[in-house]
Design a protein. Structure first.
Ligand SMILES: [Zn+2]
Length: 427
């Protein structure tokens, strides 16, 4: 079969439209939620011919997915195989389910994502993220690598010693990792005199945290990693609801979409499409999904897109890193900030490596931003840090001193799958 990613833009649009129409017909017949939605809004699927027609269908919100969760399920209960939940970055995690066909689709998605990176059958990949804890991504990596025929090491999250031991034993070329965990691995290697620069690892496939700014240059976190360990870093972006990954190719110029598996719209607050380069909210429709397909689902993630053909030969749109979630925007003394701005700024400061950021909302509806830093920080350091924040962010968040072990506990919650440096207590 011809690779849709290198097809012309017109061909891509045609295939996507066909798949989207099929998905809508399927939803009308099998999804209680969408059947009702079409009916209530007088949507005649046979009359949807253009993108403008499509926008007559109201977006689906995370709250709806939470509230009417069962009404989204399109298959008999006995056909469901895997039960997972979203990460719950905002509010309670949402339940999702996959049947056999969805697991095959998930494997295909992840295999294609690895192919965009350039992973080959002969390569060995070490998965340093959890495969359990109701986490879709960890299993997706395994399924994708299996479909590709590559070697897999399932070390799971944490445990730097096990990670290095596995690297020595099995000589992986790639790590799949949360970027800040790479720093932990480097720390461990330095402490234990492991010659990590000479290891078999040539690249890390990064998940869960941004490694680039909106201009696609490395941010402070990835610069720190690159300085210590000069491996190639690939950015990926995915979520359980999308069940699809957006992935950087070897040119590192944005995360390529997989148009056979997902239909993307990037919209302003009025629901109109933004132009290439402008920031809007990512709204997705999953394609070829059967258990819980989503139509015009508002991810809450603010991104921009690039639609020039990529020099790698792919003609798919590419997404910028996520600047933040729309609801995560913090209004601080008249200045609007996204968590990622604050995280990048603290990482840039260099002298504070352990921190968490907490957003709260007071009685008057006013946001407050607290940065917890270790109580071992000196007065001079605190003063310098305050001035640095003020100069970079135009405002100074509240600083709170805490025991390093307490900050670690907040950052790595026991039931968590990824480190949390931003905790939103406003919702
Ligand atoms: Zn490319």
């Amino acid at each position: 079969m011809k690779n849709i990613q290198t097809a012309s833009k017109e061909e891509i649009a045609e295939i996507q439209w066909l798949r989207l129409k099929n998905q809508m017909l399927f939803l009308d017949q099998n999804s209680k939620f969408y059947h009702k939605r079409f009916k209530k809004n007088d949507i005649e699927l046979s009359e949807i011919h253009t993108l403008e027609d499509l926008r007559k269908i109201p977006i689906t919100t995370k709250e709806e997915l939470q509230l009417y969760n069962h009404d989204f399920i399109c298959v008999p209960k006995e056909d469901i195989i895997d039960h997972v939940t979203t990460s719950g970055t905002l509010g309670r995690p949402v339940s999702l389910a996959l049947n056999n066909a969805d697991l095959d689709r998930l494997a295909l998605n992840e295999m294609q994502s690895f192919q965009i990176i350039g992973v080959k059958k002969e390569d060995v990949v070490q998965i340093t993220t959890t495969l359990d804890r109701r986490f879709m991504a960890g299993m997706a990596y395994f399924l994708g690598l299996r479909m590709l025929g590559a070697g897999v090491i399932r070390t799971g999250s944490g445990l730097p010693q096990l990670q290095w031991d596995s690297i020595e034993r099995f000589q992986p070329k790639y790590l799949i990792a949360v970027p800040s965990f790479l720093l932990k691995m480097i720390d461990y290697a330095q402490e234990h005199h492991i010659d990590f620069k000479k290891s078999s690892v040539k690249a890390a496939i990064c998940i869960g945290e941004s490694i680039r700014n909106m201009d696609l240059e490395f941010n402070a976190l990835s610069k720190k990693i690159k300085q210590l360990w000069d491996i190639e870093l690939f950015s990926t972006y995915a979520s359980s609801e999308m069940a699809t990954a957006f992935t950087e190719c070897e040119l590192h110029v944005g995360n390529h979409a997989q148009p056979d598996l997902i239909f993307t719209e990037i919209l302003d607050q009025a629901g109109a499409p933004v132009k290439s380069g402008e920031v809007g909210e990512l709204v997705i429709s999953t394609l070829q999904n059967t258990t819980m397909p989503l139509l015009r689902y508002a991810t809450g993630d603010m991104v921009s897109f690039i639609d020039d053909p990529c020099k790698c030969g792919r003609n798919t749109i590419r997404l910028s890193p996520v600047i933040g979630r729309n609801r995560q925007m913090i209004k601080l003394k008249g200045t609007s900030l996204y968590p990622q701005n604050v995280i990048d700024t603290i990482n840039e400061f260099d002298k504070i490596s352990l921190f968490v950021i907490i957003a709260e909302r007071g009685n008057l509806g006013i946001d407050n931003l607290i940065i917890k830093i270790p109580d071992t920080s000196t007065l001079t350091l605190i003063q310098l840090f305050k001035e640095f924040l003020k100069s970079k962010l135009q405002v100074t968040p509240t600083l709170e001193m805490a025991l390093p072990s307490d900050i670690e506990k907040l950052k790595y919650p026991e039931d968590g799958r990824k480190p949390r440096v931003f905790i939103d207590n406003r919702y």
